[in-house]
Design a binder for this molecule. Structure first.
Ligand SMILES: [Zn+2]
Length: 242
């Protein structure tokens, strides 16, 4: 199965090693964390350039920022060998209970940009798509392997509930949108044409029966037809005609 690449993912990696991008490999991706920037009106590009400028001032980061026009990856995850990003504090235990690991060590982080001049409907489409694509890439189940930041750290965080509320969506209906996008984006690749459709050995056995018929055939037309069929068998078994 292949996945329809509806949108472009632009790699714009933070300089590393730095606090925000330590350049540590993400050993495995077990789930996805859905975030929002909590900074209405700030675009994906603006967030990434702010992160780049402050890369040595703090460690918090995310893999991807999504707005109504762009999907920008600032920590390698879908466009390069995956690295860790610090997007959920280590001392919460919800991630460990649900997925057996800390989000920073086992999850991808996607930030939704909204507010101001950003079209939330368009941002949301890209956000849903990139989460579906991440599930495809890492073999995750979109129905169970996407969690909101607020679910992992309810005491401190509420994202991405505000943009979902603005869209009239619950977290549940958002996950369903990702499931639907995932299903719609999966396409079956055409099976490759087999090089040899029948072995030469099997073809020659059948040709043996045909030649018996060829010699007993009364008229020329029947003989010509057996000859043609034998050559068809030689062709599809990779043998020269006779
Ligand atoms: Zn968050």
């Amino acid at each position: 199965m292949a996945f329809v690449m509806k949108y472009e993912i632009i790699p714009r990696y933070l300089t590393g090693p730095s606090q925000r991008r330590p350049k540590t490999a993400l050993a495995r991706c077990r789930f996805m964390v859905a975030h929002d920037t909590g900074n209405p009106g700030s675009t994906a590009a603006a967030n990434v350039s702010y992160f780049e400028n402050t890369r040595n001032e703090m460690s918090s980061s995310a893999h991807l920022f999504v707005d109504d026009k762009q999907i920008i990856e600032c920590i390698p995850f879908l466009t390069g060998p995956a690295e860790i990003a610090y997007h959920v504090v280590y001392n919460v235990t919800t991630d460990n209970a649900r997925y057996g690991d800390d989000a920073n060590d086992a999850a991808g982080a996607v930030e939704l940009c909204y507010g101001g001049r950003i079209s939330l409907t368009e941002s949301y489409k890209r956000y849903v798509w990139v989460l579906a694509y991440a599930c495809y890439r890492y073999g995750l189940n979109p129905a169970t392997d996407i969690v909101g930041h607020y679910m992992l750290d309810p005491a401190r965080r509420s994202d991405p509930q505000e943009p979902l509320r603005l869209l009239g969506k619950t977290f549940q209906s958002f996950v369903q949108d990702v499931v639907n996008e995932y299903r719609a984006s999966l396409v079956t690749e055409p099976a490759p044409e087999p090089q040899t459709r029948i072995s030469a050995e099997d073809a020659n056995k059948i040709i043996g029966f045909l030649s018996a018929s060829y010699f007993t055939a009364e008229d020329q037309a029947a003989k010509a037809e057996f000859h043609r069929l034998a050559n068809e068998l030689r062709r599809i078994s990779g043998q020269p005609p006779q």
